[in-house]
Design a protein around this ligand. Structure first.
Ligand code: ADP
Length: 585
């Protein structure tokens, strides 16, 4: 309420004090009238103080009725407004008292009370003060028949005195009001400032880079840490295109397409994303960074930009590299003697070259199988260490997956047969080629040509691994290798009718050393590195590997690899013919 802005600044207690003051005053006039009327000893005093006047009685009664009834109703809506009317009525009574009593004598108490009222009105605010000043002026003017010249000296003194007291009261009100408002303002701005300062200090002092961009890709905030990484000053970088300041390439140093940039991906997908990349500073400093991108969504759906947290992980990467190098050197060194032991054990078990008794044969067979396992472990360790630091040898070529898989299944089917399992190759939506019959290649099946660009040896390693697993974890039924796809991807899958994988293990399956803890895996040997290596190989070709499984029914491992269209495949094949000889078919 506007009125409250002018008046409601002092504690409610003060309004109650003023209410009490007005009520006592008006009751005193009524009591005085009654005493004048019914107490003979009081007649003189009553007359002297004008308590015999019916006007004084009526004014006080009106004021009292108001104070006891309407005031409370009005006060609920606006306490200052209720006080304003109460003040006007009380002022009127006091003025009447002053004007109808002896200015030298009996008017003095009225005058004093009136001056106190004026002062209090000042305290209560401009509106209350104006209200009472208005009533006073009208009354005084009416008293003197609206002719200023005829206003008595006494009235002028009254006016002057009241103006003076109002002038003292008003600044008092104002200073309290302003002080309170200022206190509040300064408290609020202090809070705001401290919140702002806190966030500023946090963003300034954080060692991770923080970069915020708007939907146009312009930098709206960059902290000093991000400035150090990008080798741009905060002031210079702010407002610039993020692609200009944050120069990213793939982790292995290969250039990154504009639409592959994590900023572009986050703006496009409106999703939280994490990526590692190489960041090249303005002056050429190179760092491996992890980028955690969070879209800034306002009002639940509107994208306002992206906040990126950039962390320099070069040192961690270097440490990882060292570790991987150690593992690969160690496993390489150990693989050689293990291979020698395995060779000698094989010789000892060969009846053509050695003669051993049956008990010794039993021991040696156990030693041989353990050594084979150890050899596989070292091999897997070596491969996974290389896969991790990007040293996995890779000679990609154009592969036509139909012919390639047909041949591969042909090679693998003996492993399945040995365990009494059937193996089949399924092309497209279901033409099965029975690989166990051995005549798959002779069957005439019209099938599309699925070209991909990958290292055939690496791919064989991955598929063999999945096939071996399928055989390992399947007791009866069959293992199928399937091939299908669309214009973008070639999809192959390895399906078995084995034990299946519990749902809770699936998310961890492609991590290093992860093995499902079940009786099947406990009896079947393994390193837990196979699927990790598979994932690393498939990722080399921008592919994806995942599994779907029904415990008790079997599992299907899927691999998606980007498909090459025929003309691209041809041109790559021709290029290869010009440089390196054999092409995988
Ligand atoms: P391992 O050397 O133990 O086979 P992998 O990385 O190849 O290591 O596989 C990890 C785990 O995944 C295995 O221990 C096994 O529990 C589970 N697994 C893999 N393939 C299959 C499958 N076809 N059927 C059931 N479980 C499987």
């Amino acid at each position: 309420m506007v009125i409250d802005n002018f008046t409601f600044h002092v504690s409610r207690v003060w309004y109650r004090v003023y209410y009490g003051f007005a009520a006592v005053l008006n009751v005193a006039v009524v009591v005085g009238y009654l005493l004048w009327r019914y107490a003979p000893g009081f007649t003189g005093i009553g007359e002297a103080y004008n308590l015999d006047s019916p006007i004084a009685l009526i004014l006080s009664l009106i004021a009292l009725v108001y104070l006891l009834s309407i005031y409370w109703l009005l006060a609920k809506r606006s306490l200052p407004m209720a006080s304003l009317i109460g003040t006007a009525l009380t002022t009127l009574g006091l003025l009447h008292g002053i004007s109808s009593t002896d200015p030298q004598n009996t008017a003095i108490p009225y005058l004093a009370l009136w001056l106190i009222t004026i002062f209090l009105n000042g305290i209560y605010g401009l509106l209350v003060l104006l209200g009472s000043a208005l009533v006073s002026s009208i009354y005084l003017l009416l008293q003197n028949e609206l002719v200023p010249a005829s206003i008595s000296i006494y009235s002028w003194i009254m006016l002057g005195g009241s103006a003076l007291l109002a002038a003292i009261g008003y600044p008092f009100w104002r200073s309290r009001f302003v002080t309170q408002q200022e206190q509040q303002m300064s408290m609020l701005s202090g809070m705001l400032r401290s919140t702002q300062e806190q966030s500023a200090i946090l963003i300034q002092s954080i060692t991770d880079g923080v970069i915020v961009i708007n939907t146009e890709g312009k930098i709206t905030l960059i902290n000093p840490a991000a400035g150090l990484m990008t080798q741009w000053s905060v002031a210079e970088a702010t407002g610039l295109d993020v692609e200009l300041v944050v120069k990213l390439s793939k982790e292995n140093g290969e250039p990154m397409e504009k639409e592959e940039s994590p900023f572009a991906i986050a703006l496009r997908s409106k999703q939280h994303t994490t990526q590692t990349a190489q960041l090249t500073g303005r002056k050429g400093k190179k760092q491996i960074v992890s980028l955690v991108m969070s879209p800034i969504i306002v009002g639940g759906k509107n994208m306002a930009g992206v906040a990126a947290v950039v962390r320099d992980i070069s040192e961690e990467r270097a440490a990882e590299q060292q570790r991987a190098e150690f593992i690969s050197t160690a496993s390489h060194e150990m693989r050689t003697p293990v291979a020698a032991i395995e060779g000698y054990l094989a010789l000892a078990l060969n009846e053509k070259v050695s003669t051993i008794d049956s008990r010794a044969r039993g021991y040696l067979e156990k030693a041989h199988s353990s050594t084979q396992h150890l050899g596989q472990l070292f091999q897997d360790l070596l491969t996974s260490a290389k896969a991790e630091d990007g040293r996995l040898s890779n000679h990609p070529a154009v592969i036509e997956m139909g012919a390639y898989l047909e041949q591969l299944v042909e090679d693998l089917r003996f492993g399945a047969q040995k365990k009494g399992l059937a193996a089949e190759f399924v092309v497209g939506s279901g033409q099965a080629i029975d690989a166990t019959s051995g005549d798959g290649a002779s069957k005439k099946v019209v099938k599309p040509l699925y070209y991909i660009y990958a290292d055939p040896d690496r791919l064989r390693e991955a598929i063999t691994n999945l096939f071996d697993n399928a055989v390992k974890y399947t007791d009866q039924g069959k293992v199928s290798i399937g091939l299908t796809g669309n214009n973008e991807v070639v999809q192959l899958y390895i399906r078995d009718t084995g034990a299946g994988i519990p749902a809770e293990d699936i998310p961890h399956l492609f991590q290093k050393f992860y093995r499902v803890d079940s009786s099947a895996t406990r009896t079947v040997g393994g390193t837990g590195l196979g699927l990790f290596i598979c994932r690393k190989i498939i990722e080399l070709y921008q592919g994806r590997i995942w599994v779907e499984s029904m415990p008790g029914k079997g599992s299907t491992f899927f691999i998606n690899i980007p498909r090459l269209d025929a003309s691209r495949a041809q041109s790559l094949q021709q290029q290869a013919l010009g440089s390196t000889p054999p092409l995988a078919r």
